[in-house]
Design a protein around this ligand. Structure first.
Ligand SMILES: [Zn+2]
Length: 602
């Protein structure tokens, strides 16, 4: 690639990413050609191996898996290019066309190669000794995970039938829930003016510094949602009851089994995690009471949970300032990691500019072939945006380590571990920000951001886990779950976590209606990984504080392992057992530290 002209590079904002590094030639025609050849190459793999995997020995399996990994690395840049370009600006015609081309090509490749996991699974079931074969040592855990799925696979015809029945069955219910929610509009008075807003905009009012507006926003939304309880209840019932039937057919021993397999964890670890949460609900309630004090309230109401502390405008941060703070935070942890973070900015792998047509939210996309990553966010200069950037760069740190240590097959990190780098990065930033904070108010604002997030991910999400469990228990007992019955289960689950530290508006019993996770077809128990991730990283951070620099190589080894080891094995490397409450309690200890620090600022 030719070096960019100096004046041109100067003209480009450093908040706009440079995607040209992903491909040799950025001409749309050239990218299309690369995508076409990807489909052809996948076809060749299919031709060679389809129907023949059952006869392969260890060497043959190795060749197949390496071929699939090589295919991914070779075409990864071209596949990412269109998708990333489109996410940054969906109004761009070239981006639309390339994104569509990339989506189509990827779909054809995954269809062509779907036989690999199926045939390989059967081979492993017949010859489990292959997993221990030294030739396949790098793929050991990948194969173990595959084998764990085999007993739950149905015949080819049945699997096809499941797809057909789901399309107009539970997938339709899932779609109805999300469409119904996004189509709702709500009328609310803002600054003396009546406004009719869609759900997405109403949610934005939850963080308004105006307490009365926040209260009315919640009241209006849930009043509206509660009126359609028959729809939400029918949807959740259909999705959950279908899952119960599928558990019987697929021989999943409990409604959680599917999710445990997907997340590479076992029931013991999750139940000890949830026990730790319930035992420490008092600690969370202590924070909620502290927050009430900081806000000058006798008690928090539900509409204060996500609210900012300050009533007035809060400190804003420029891009350069955020870049410096974040880079330094990572560099203080480790020089090599600091260099990588600096490189992310220097090579312009972040897109922070706010623009029309840009997708909402923020994410980090690994670029394994380039041993790097790309990050998208809309940077508005709020403290939250600085945290989001540090979070996404933590994912990038994970990608840098992973891509240097593992084959792509070992880079499919499950939900429980996927946030290990990102949440850790947020804590590194916290340390830095607290060092630099000049006033008590600044310190309070930082700690409130951190503890609000911890509370939301570890505790509020736990209430959702409890609701999921309660729903399946009720179905098992043959109870009919209409809207009111489901709302009752939600209120009970909520109380176990929040105790009497929060006053709830009556309509908040309908809060479960808006949570898409309950309605996702064929993917149940999606909530506990958030709790797991949060507490896992807090425990690691605690160890970092205790062990100092000696901990650094351990964390790097953990992130480098990717999915080549289970979370259980990874924690064992630190000398901990995730099936024991002692490990999770370490995470609580760190949260308690933050709460103590916050208390001292009063
Ligand atoms: Zn994340």
């Amino acid at each position: 690639m030719l070096p960019q002209l100096g004046w041109l590079a100067m003209a480009v904002s450093e908040m706009v990413w440079d995607l040209s590094q992903l491909v040799e030639n950025t001409e749309p025609g050239a990218i299309q050609k690369v995508l076409d050849s990807m489909v052809v190459e996948a076809g060749k793999v299919r031709e060679r191996f389809h129907g023949k995997i059952g006869g392969l020995d260890a060497k043959g399996v190795l060749e197949l898996l390496e071929l699939r990994d090589a295919l991914l690395l070779r075409f990864e840049g071209a596949v990412m290019y269109g998708y990333l370009m489109y996410s940054a600006d969906s109004t761009n015609d070239v981006a639309k066309q390339l994104n569509e081309a990339s989506r189509r090509a990827t779909m054809r490749v995954s269809q062509a190669l779907a036989f690999i996991d199926l045939e390989l699974g059967k081979l492993l079931a017949a010859k489990p000794s292959l997993i221990g074969d030294l030739v396949l040592v790098e793929f050991r855990h990948f194969l173990e995970r595959l084998l764990r799925r085999v007993p739950h696979m149905l015949s080819e015809t049945e699997e096809q039938l499941v797809i057909v029945k789901d399309k107009n069955g539970i997938r339709a219910w899932e779609l109805l829930q999300s469409d119904w929610l996004s189509m709702r509009t709500f009328t609310i008075e803002i600054d003396g003016e009546k406004k009719t807003l869609p759900y997405g905009q109403m949610v934005g009012l939850y963080q308004s510094p105006d307490r009365d507006l926040r209260m009315r926003a919640y009241q209006t939304v849930y009043d509206g949602l509660g009126q359609d309880d028959i729809i939400w209840a029918s949807a959740i019932r259909a999705v959950c009851e279908d899952h119960v039937r599928m558990c019987e057919m697929r021989k999943w021993s409990s409604p959680m089994t599917q999710s445990l397999i997907d997340n590479d964890v076992d029931e013991e670890a999750i139940s000890s995690l949830m026990k730790t949460i319930e035992k420490n609900a008092g600690l969370y309630q202590r924070y909620l009471r502290l927050k009430a004090k900081l806000m000058g309230l006798p008690k928090l109401a539900n509409y204060d949970l996500l609210a900012p502390l300050a009533k007035g405008p809060s400190t804003t941060y420029g891009w350069a300032d955020a870049r410096r703070k974040i880079t330094e935070a990572y560099r203080e942890f480790d020089g090599q990691v600091g260099d990588w973070i600096a490189e992310m900015y220097e090579r312009r792998h972040l897109d922070g500019e706010v623009r029309k047509g840009k997708t909402s939210g923020a994410w980090c996309n690994s670029w394994l072939a380039g041993r790097s990553a790309y990050i998208l966010q809309s940077f508005n200069g709020r403290i939250m945006d600085v945290y989001t950037q540090a979070h996404e760069l933590g994912h990038a740190m994970h990608s840098y380590l992973l891509s240097r240590a593992q084959k792509p097959s070992n880079c499919e990190v499950g939900s429980c571990m996927a946030e290990a780098g990102s949440i850790f990065g947020e804590l590194l930033l916290t340390e830095r920000l607290l060092q630099e904070a000049k006033t008590q108010e600044e310190k309070q604002a930082i700690l409130a951001v951190v503890l609000d997030e911890f509370g939301a991910s570890a505790f509020q999400v736990s209430a959702r886990v409890l609701l999921e469990q309660a729903i399946y228990d009720s179905i098992k007992k043959g109870q009919f779950l209409d809207g009111e019955a489901t709302a009752k289960l939600w209120v009970e689950a909520r109380a176990k976590i929040h105790g009497d530290a929060v006053d709830w508006l009556d309509v908040m019993k309908w809060e479960w209606t808006k949570t898409p996770h309950y309605f996702i077809a064929n993917y149940r128990f999606y909530n506990y990984p958030y709790v797991f991730a949060q507490l896992f990283v807090y425990a690691l951070y605690r160890l970092y504080k205790e062990e100092g620099k000696g901990f650094v190589p351990k964390l790097k080894a953990l992130l480098s392992a990717g999915s080549s080891k289970s979370p259980h094995e990874l924690a064992a490397q630190f000398g901990y057992d995730i099936t024991k409450e002692e490990f999770w309690q370490k995470g609580m200890k760190q949260a308690e530290e933050f709460i103590n620090t916050l208390e001292k600022t009063l």
